[in-house]
Design a protein. Sequence first.
Lengths: 333, 308
Amino acid sequence: MTSTSTPSRAADGGALRPEVVHPVRTGRAPRPAGRRRVPVAPYLFVAPAVVLFVVFMLVPLLYTIWSSLRAYRIELGTSVLGVRVDRFVGFENYAAVFQDAELLASFGRLAVYGLIAVPLTLGLALLFALLLDVPAVRAKRFSRTAIFIPYAVPGVTAALLWGFMYLPLTSPFSYVTEALGWGPVPFLEGNGLFGSLANIAIWGGVGFNMIIIYTSLRGIPTDIYESARLDGASELQIALRIKVPLVVPALVLTGVFALIGTLQLYGEPNTLRPLTTDITQSWAPLMTIYRDAFLTDDLPSAAASSTVLALGTVLLSALVLGIANRKRSEAAS
Amino acid sequence: MTAVETRPARRDGVGSVSDRGRGGRSGTRGGPGGAGKVLPTVVLLIGAIYCLVPVAWVFVASSKSPGELFTSFSFAPGTGLGANLAELFTYEGGQYLSWAANSLLYAGVGGVLSTFVSTMAGYALAKYSFPGRDAIFFMILAGVLIPGITLAIPQYILLSEIGLAGGPLSVLLPIIISPFGIYLSRVFAQASVPQEILEASRLDGAGEWRTFRHVVLPIMVPGMVTVFLLQFVGIWNNFLLPFVMLSDEGDFPLTVGLFTLLAKGSGAPALYSLAITGAAVSIVPLVLLVLFLQRFWRLDLISGGIKG
């Protein structure tokens, strides 16, 4: 039964598949099995992924770009009131994106938030990973597990927890400062919001990134450290001169993911909105995009802003990866 | 012993010498006396406390009655735990339980399907060479960089065109494709599936599917567990996609459900207690799952994955 459906049992009839039989008889020739002729199997294996990719990523992407180049216009037709038509307008929506002060301001807020959240998340993750790798440190498993726990808490739930930590009536921090006569900490007002929102992202991201970097550290053969120690290097020197350069690939990867995550900020500020009046409906770009698409029914604007946001994300990530690659090839040469 | 596995080939050096050991003597030689040992421990413990404080708070707060929530000190336990739980599980006819069941459904079924699709694709991209392979792989890699969340709105519009938006399928279908999962599966297949074993299986007369099913899949289990966990947690934590897609509160997962409770809370503060208790209860199973499954992760896939 099996041999009928599969042609590979051609051991004696070598003519059918000589190139498979030969290397096995003579020993080993390093030859990928699929190279015999155009095979069917790999296409079947990748088919579900490719179909889903096309339907749920490529088509929505092209659809977004397509609708970003169009706009709804009221045109005088045969009826007196005019009809709403959907027509091609080129880059008009993009021009509008870059002239929309509120949208530009939200990109600015996102940048400030990202400049706080991304470096601190990565810096703390690297610090904790290096400390976990110091031989004499105590209570390692407890610290590692505790720092990792926020990974299992959804961003929206994290925003809920921290929201109450920020809210003057329930905040333990404001409780202390009020007891000291300083009044509540302005977590949810004005510029305090940037730190408060960034803190939620840092809290949620530091543990996972720490584990990635720590795993990378554990993959380094320890004899490198032994010889450095014999040469009289301190643990700090070993960490900075040997360990950090060796985990740069892990840092780059976590950096890119942190960046992509940052630019998708949506759930956290949206969750905090009931607790403060300082988060508007257009605080973050994605909030504006959501509003345009669903509340004000201005899909072309939403599509243009989406494209700018996605393109910005891809360009920034590619830039980080490109710089990292160049640095690495420079170091190698 | 260690929760995070390191690559087997390199384990010999580190191996069983875990947290505790690894050249304990050198601590005194390197750092400035006792400080080299105490300071790192203290910094790590501060980090641990920082991460635990909000979680500890939500459990304490879930014991407070709505009146106590805004009047007693944050970490003073209250008297309303039983009432809060009863209220939570009976709210709107047990809606919280159906949110939990939905989260489990989306994350569980979505995670399993996504893992299989990723594993098959990753294996094919790693172990076969066929026309179009590099183009497909490049496309997948580019997909890793696309912020998935910006696709939620066009996905919604396109799914409404074919009448699928609004129901559970609209949340399940888009999350099955995971470019990063495919990428990880490819890395894992490349590193762990020997070409010889494929040749041997084919010579034994096994077809490509049989070889995949009986030879490749067992080898790829650790990679699959990793992809599954990443996907499970990712879907469980997802907010915007179900928020955009779903119209019926009965279909909401926990994230969207808790969000609506909190949003309604600004008008009815009693719902704050409900949202807090709901958050506390929802954290427990996922933390347990992640802690339990940590040991099966092969995160070196990610940390070393970019080398190629």
